[in-house]
Design a binder for this molecule. Structure first.
Ligand code: A3P
Length: 375
């Protein structure tokens, strides 16, 4: 039998996992509608959905070893760690950074065949210990995904850190649709139950405020690029040269154009399946949307004014508790996004981003593990 390289092994595992879940979905179709749907309806009516959903989040957090998922890892000059809070533009930012690392020429079957995610489910993404990706990129860089706050990610001056922060109300909207698609389907909890768990200490992806506060505190460091989702939207393609400079990669105009084109919402929507997690549970929609709307300021489409206020008040209070001066009200107070969508604020990003970082030496020696990275 031919030996698979780590990327090929990851692809194979994903295909097998998908097949197993497709089978489970078939077997469970009837029990789901005859038994589980009425059962979950009763659970919701009895007010037991929040404790149940909370318990599930606790179990999943233990499974991902959320607190310690980076334990023992020493980031290197090859690493560009993209940490965006859950549903905050992680895939968009990873795609842009991965394309920059590959000078606009990046092929992959699924993004997690080439981008490790230490705080994700074990085995879901390429293991962080494999060097195959950076050894085969023209810049010697590789991207690592995380949703963790910075206090749970090892910080080294030699590595680069790109953080993205999005209005938590938009995060809730995006997350609610996403969890229906990827996990719960007809068993999806009510929006109120989802918000309760999102705002609790047990939420699978941790506290929005802790993520924002820990990165905000280091935003001036030269190896940190602090981005806001609405400013990325506003700046559009201007983010690319800015991110490339931060990564120490001098792109030709042709390469920059390739990065811009392939990281656009329109293009990424056509390759949604390369980012979408597939079937995570028997209730997943295998054709769900990772690139759903990509809009700013539309949380009112799903959330009531009271729900928006509640999220604002919670996140504001959490930031205060953490002693953070993150300008929540300027950026995200209801209605979401409006305050900053002005011409006068176009210059604001310059306040947040880090200084130029020295380039990592271009990889010249092919690795021993030298199969093509984008197999
Ligand atoms: P919506 O659900 O509001 O549409 P993450 O990658 O962290 O899971 O974030 C997902 C959100 O980022 C989704 O938001 C998705 O549409 C948006 N997104 C993905 N690619 C994008 C792009 N190229 N431009 C703008 N937004 C994008």
């Amino acid at each position: 039998m031919t030996q698979l390289n780590p990327i090929q092994a990851q692809q194979e595992k994903r295909r097998q996992d998908d097949q197993k879940m497709a089978l489970a979905a078939k077997i469970l179709w009837l029990p789901t509608y005859l038994l589980f749907v009425p059962m979950f309806w009763l659970i919701e009516k009895a007010g037991l959905m929040v404790p149940l959903f909370t318990k599930l989040n606790i179990l999943l957090k233990e499974k991902t070893q959320w607190e310690t998922s980076f334990a023992g890892y020493e980031p290197t000059p090859h690493d560009v760690i993209v940490s965006a809070y859950y549903k905050s533009g992680t895939n968009w930012t990873m795609q842009m950074a991965h394309l920059i690392a590959n000078r606009g020429q990046a092929e992959f079957e699924h993004v997690h065949d080439v981008i490790p995610w230490p705080d994700g489910m074990p085995g879901y993404a390429l293991d962080i210990q494999h060097d195959i990706v950076w050894q085969n990129t023209p810049t010697g860089l590789r991207i690592i995904k995380s949703h963790l706050p910075l206090d749970l990610i090892p910080f080294r001056e030699e590595a680069r850190y790109i953080c993205v922060v999005r209005d938590p109300k938009e995060v809730v909207v995006s997350g609610y649709h996403f969890s229906r698609d990827t996990s719960f389907g007809p068993l999806t909890p009510s929006l109120d139950a989802f918000i309760d768990v999102f705002l609790s200490d047990e939420f699978l992806f941790g506290s929005w405020a802790r993520h924002a506060a820990t990165f905000w505190a280091v935003r001036h460091k030269p190896n940190v690029l602090f981005l806001l989702y609405p400013e990325m939207k506003r700046l559009g393609e201007a983010v690319v040269p800015w991110m490339a400079e931060f990564m120490g990669v001098a792109l030709t105009p042709e390469e920059a154009a390739l990065v811009v084109e392939q990281s656009s919402f329109a293009h990424m929507k056509t390759i949604n399946h390369k980012f979408y997690p597939g079937r995570l549970t028997p209730w997943s929609n295998p054709n769900g949307q990772m690139m759903r709307q990509g809009k700013v300021g539309n949380s009112g489409e799903l959330l009531t004014a009271a729900q928006q206020k509640r999220i604002d008040a919670h996140c504001r209070a959490e930031l205060t508790k953490l002693g953070s001066d993150f300008p929540y009200d300027t950026l995200f107070a209801s209605p979401s996004g409006r305050e900053i969508a002005t011409e006068a604020n176009m210059a604001r990003p310059r306040l947040y981003h880090g200084l130029r970082h020295t380039a990592v030496p271009t990889n010249t020696s092919p690795s021993s593990d030298n199969s093509p990275p984008m197999a």
